[in-house]
Design a binder for this molecule. Structure first.
Ligand SMILES: *Cc1c(COP(=O)(O)O)cnc(C)c1O
Length: 221
């Protein structure tokens, strides 16, 4: 199947309320253009330099989601155009995003990334760390970031029960934060979970954003 056929098929399958981020890391402009021409407007990248290089080469109405580990010294390169930073995992990152967003007169939507997998290698907050951020006196001063919800990656495993348990945990984290910090805040509504191997389970567990790469573009080399 071609990239356009994959986009069409997945788009048909997704519930209307679930947004599709096409994860285009390692893929070139022609492949991204094929997805774009098929109607895909949201793309995800996990490296600042790569996103920064592709953005000017591609149509202006593409929405760029940053989904990788973010070094604070690189935030300035994407602040002028990034649509959402899905991978905020410390207060320092939020403060830097706020600073560079202010400098270009923007408010940047962000998600808090949680560590829900068994693998130690994956990044993300636990509930206690998230509360420390949200209770910190500096957090209330960050007027140029908008916290829109949570993001997480499940363990890479065939064990469906394990994956479902982890997604359920992220959903619970979202509900708890909504109740305790974001009640009445309409912007706090996103649960970004689900990749090529597990997005159907993620949707059953309440995902609002799926991040799909290989199922659209083929395996990465
Ligand atoms: C690469 C990546 C994806 C997409 O993975 P696929 O298995 O190719 O769908 C999703 N989320 C993050 C954070 C990624 O780094």
């Amino acid at each position: 199947m071609t990239i356009s056929q994959n986009i069409a098929k997945i788009t048909r399958e997704l519930p209307p309320k679930v947004k599709l981020v096409a994860v285009s890391k390692t893929k070139g402009v022609p492949e991204i253009m094929e997805a774009y021409t098929a109607g895909q407007k949201i793309f995800g990248e996990n490296k600042v330099r790569e996103m920064q290089a592709k953005q000017p080469e591609l149509p202006n109405d593409i929405q760029w989601h940053f989904i990788g580990h973010l070094q604070t010294n690189k935030i300035k390169f994407i602040a002028p155009f990034v649509t959402m930073i899905e991978s905020v995992d410390r207060l320092k990152v939020l403060q830097e995003v706020n600073k560079h967003a202010l400098a270009v007169n923007r408010r940047i939507p962000c998600l808090l990334q949680f560590h829900i997998a068994e693998e130690e290698t994956k990044f993300g907050l636990d509930m206690e760390e998230a509360k420390e951020i949200l209770d910190n006196e500096y957090f209330g001063k960050l007027h140029n970031v908008i916290i829109c919800g949570v993001m997480g990656m499940a363990t890479f495993t065939d064990d469906e029960n394990q994956v479902r348990k982890e997604f359920r945990q992220l959903r619970k984290i979202f509900d708890t934060l909504k109740q305790n910090y974001f009640q009445g805040d309409a912007a706090f509504k996103e649960i970004s979970m689900g990749m090529s191997g597990d997005y159907r389970i993620a949707i059953e567990e309440g995902s609002t954003i799926v991040r799909l790469g290989s199922i659209i573009f083929g395996e990465r080399g």
